[in-house]
Design a protein around this ligand. Structure first.
Ligand code: F3S
Length: 291
């Protein structure tokens, strides 16, 4: 069985930066907290917990370092944290900051801001919070069909969206709105990971997508691979892999979300190499029996 790993997989630059920042604070000592889980990956969060870092809400604490994660937050949350005397360390990804700034500018100029994204995701809630005026979240084609305004509209995009979803929504909005500005703010890392995952998924029978079940960018990788017809398993760790998934499978692809650390990807590759060897041995035994 051939194992193909996507060219771009795992920790993106924003997540690497946030984790490094957190590790530096841990080394320095003192109480360190993150505003919500640092990334949408249980294993990384557990590792940080073991080092003494707790995920909290602003109102839970009154001293120490509070790290704002890559998804960012509305400005009032930072103000509230500072007012409580917390040392705020902002690890918002620069790509997310850019979206916040664009949304804020559009909103300040009187545009209705449309955010293409998941309304329940912290990044989207954060972006919305930067708009002083009206901001509407559109997640899918159904939302796009239901939405109308006669005001001028400026559009921004959640960084982890797929190109296909953005295009489908924009095609509907273009037909009926006064779309003055469109900023396609999908981030670089998202584009690279989705394109690399698609390339591999087109070559293989089975695709393993490694990452948090609650990770938006990982779930988007699953969609991208399913869209090209691969059988996809979304796993968080190597322990979840089952040998029976690979009966009569010649090629397996592996990719991982932007919040999946290297050590988990390596464990998955090692497990797949073991399974591949085991299956080859079994086939050899069957061949001997037949002779
Ligand atoms: Fe930033 Fe994109 Fe990663 S927005 S946190 S580089 S997925």
């Amino acid at each position: 069985m051939q194992i193909i790993v996507a060219e771009h997989a795992g920790f993106c630059f924003g997540v690497k930066n946030a984790v490094r920042l957190l590790e530096d604070l841990i080394k320095k000592g003192g109480k360190t907290y993150t505003l919500g889980p640092i990334v949408h990956n249980q294993q990384v969060v557990k590792k940080m917990e073991n080092l003494g870092v707790k995920a909290v809400d602003v109102d839970d604490i009154s001293e120490g370092n509070l790290v704002i994660r890559t998804h960012g937050v509305p400005p009032d949350v930072i103000e509230r944290a500072r007012a409580r005397g917390l040392n705020v360390i902002d690890a918002t990804c620069p790509f997310v900051k850019k979206v916040q700034k664009l949304a804020q500018d559009l909103s300040s100029k009187g545009y209705t801001v449309v955010i293409i994204g998941d309304p329940n995701h912290p990044e989207v809630k954060g972006i919305k919070g930067w708009c002083p005026g009206e901001a509407v979240v559109i997640e899918n084609e159904e939302d796009a069909r239901a939405f109308f305004t006669d005001k001028r509209v400026g559009v921004v995009v959640q960084t982890t969206q797929t190109e296909e979803n953005v295009k489908r929504i924009m095609d509907i909005l273009k037909e009926k709105l006064d779309l003055a500005v469109f900023h396609n703010t999908r981030c670089n890392a998202t584009q690279q990971r989705q394109e690399a995952a698609k390339k591999v998924a087109e070559l293989v029978n089975v695709m393993l997508v490694v990452g948090g079940k609650n990770s938006s960018n990982t779930k988007k990788l699953v969609q991208v691979c399913q869209n090209v017809g691969a059988r996809v398993y979304h796993i968080e760790t190597a322990e979840e892999i089952k040998q029976e998934w690979f009966q009569e499978v010649e090629k397996v692809g592996i990719t991982a979300g932007a919040s999946t650390p290297d050590w988990i990807i390596k464990e998955v590759i090692t497990k797949m190499e073991e399974i591949s060897k085991e299956m080859e041995n079994q086939q050899r035994e069957v061949a001997y029996d037949d002779e």
